[in-house]
Design a protein around this ligand. Structure first.
Ligand SMILES: [Zn+2]
Ligand SMILES: [Zn+2]
Length: 425
């Protein structure tokens, strides 16, 4: 389904290109020149059709050229300094989806389901990834869209301009007028969107930066600003001219002509410092706080609860103020999982009846119960006998010396109801 949708988009793009390119010529320019072939007409339309031809050719190449994938037997060259070996972890880059080592600048595309060499981005408009081998075609495609759209708008605008102060027979017919409007509606948004997009990509080409590396640069700049890492040099920027040559080819005369991208896509020239030494900075620079998680030998352990860190400690800022006074808070089962919700998948409810241990049971008087939020007052169950015994001991009496006074029930012949005066009489 995704494949079908991708091809549908490609066909719609071709339809849009053809509509803008040919409806303008057939329904606007041809009638304007009196439906006759003339030198002026040919002079106007031949350059336009060349631009459209280059646009369509580069579009075709973008769609059909494989952006490049790491060979099955590719292994990082651990001897080459600064290329594949990651300084920090000492291991090569690895794709956990393909379960294979990844060359530098390669990224895994989830839409394509494989690793793409020097991946820039996955482009739905070409139903393909933009990578090492079709990046040049993509840049040229954007370039020709900009040129052809500008030429088209200039041409159509000239036609409109010519009718403004025109004699009556120069005014456009209804069909022509509708087509002029439709051509503007189709072409202006395309030029604006692709134009802005091209500016970004031409600038990235100048700096030898892919879209993904652009994000990495932004992230690195943020980390530098926050003082997490020192300033780091982007290792693939080898000078403006060489940057462009690395994608569009060595020969500047052929930059606008479709050529095969030089290089294998597995290794890239690295920037050198002022003394000519290769700068083998690790790229992308990593957040020191995240390094722990990226250690390939480190096994990730799910925390006991969302409120604890991976190592099991509680984030002090998230700890509730009364948690230290409550014995139930610190209950951890033998397998190390918290007995409080939300429950960890490893959590097993205890076999013993915890219900007898609840806050209302009072079955074990020796057990100290602390009510949350009671600010230090201890609510302890106590029995009158114990209290009396303790009191007697305190005052130096023998506890069993006195009998307890137990009130007897009233007898039937009690004289309680007899008025006082009658009792003494
Ligand atoms: Zn992959
Ligand atoms: Zn892709």
């Amino acid at each position: 389904m995704a494949g079908f949708l991708g091809w549908l988009v490609v066909n719609l793009v071709v339809l849009l290109i053809c509509f803008i390119a040919y409806s303008s010529q057939i329904f606007v320019i041809w009638p304007w020149y009196g439906r006759e072939i003339s030198v002026q007409l040919v002079t106007l339309l031949v350059p336009f059709n060349c631009l459209v031809g280059m646009l369509l050719w580069n579009y075709f190449l973008c769609v059909t050229t494989d952006p490049g994938h790491p060979p099955d037997n590719w292994r990082p060259d651990t001897n080459a300094e600064g290329y594949e070996v990651k300084k920090l972890t000492g291991g090569p880059r690895f794709c956990r989806y393909c379960e294979r080592p990844k060359p530098p600048r390669t990224h895994h595309c989830r839409q394509c389901g494989r690793c793409v060499l020097r991946m820039d981005h996955h482009c739905p408009w070409i139903n393909n990834c933009v990578g090492h081998f079709n990046h040049g075609h993509f840049i040229r495609f954007l370039f020709y869209v900009d040129l052809a759209c500008s030429y088209h708008l200039a041409m159509v605008t000239l036609r409109v301009y010519s009718s403004l102060g025109a004699r009556y027979w120069d005014e456009p017919e209804t069909v022509e007028l509708v087509l002029i409007i439709l051509n503007y509606v189709a072409c202006v948004p395309v030029l604006m969107a692709v134009g802005a997009f091209s500016l970004y990509h031409f600038n990235a080409l100048k700096n030898n930066t892919t879209t993904i590396e652009g994000w990495e640069k932004d992230k690195a700049a943020t980390m530098v600003r926050r003082g997490k890492i020192r300033e780091i040099k982007f290792p693939y920027n080898i000078g403006r001219r060489k940057n462009i040559e690395s994608i569009l080819g060595k020969n500047a005369w052929l930059w606008c002509w479709p050529t095969v991208t030089p290089g294998s896509g597995l290794k890239y020239e690295l920037t050198a410092d002022d003394d000519g030494n290769i700068v083998s900075e690790e790229w992308p620079p990593r957040d020191p706080a995240e390094v722990y998680h990226e250690d390939p030998n480190h096994e990730f352990i799910l925390p006991d609860s969302p409120w604890t860190y991976e190592n099991g400690s509680v984030n002090p800022e998230l700890q509730p103020s009364n948690s230290t006074s409550s014995p139930r808070r610190r209950k951890v089962t033998p397998d190390g999982t918290s007995s409080l919700p939300p429950y960890h998948p490893d959590y097993r409810p205890p076999e013993q009846d915890e219900s007898s241990d609840d806050d209302y049971g009072y079955t074990d008087p020796s057990r100290v119960k602390v009510r949350r939020g009671s600010e230090g007052y201890e609510v302890r169950p106590a029995q009158r006998e114990d209290m009396l015994a303790r009191y007697l001991l305190e005052i130096g009496e023998t506890p069993q010396r006195y009998h307890r006074y137990i009130p007897q029930p009233e007898s039937e012949d009690s004289d309680e109801d007899v008025p006082l005066g009658q009792q003494h009489s």
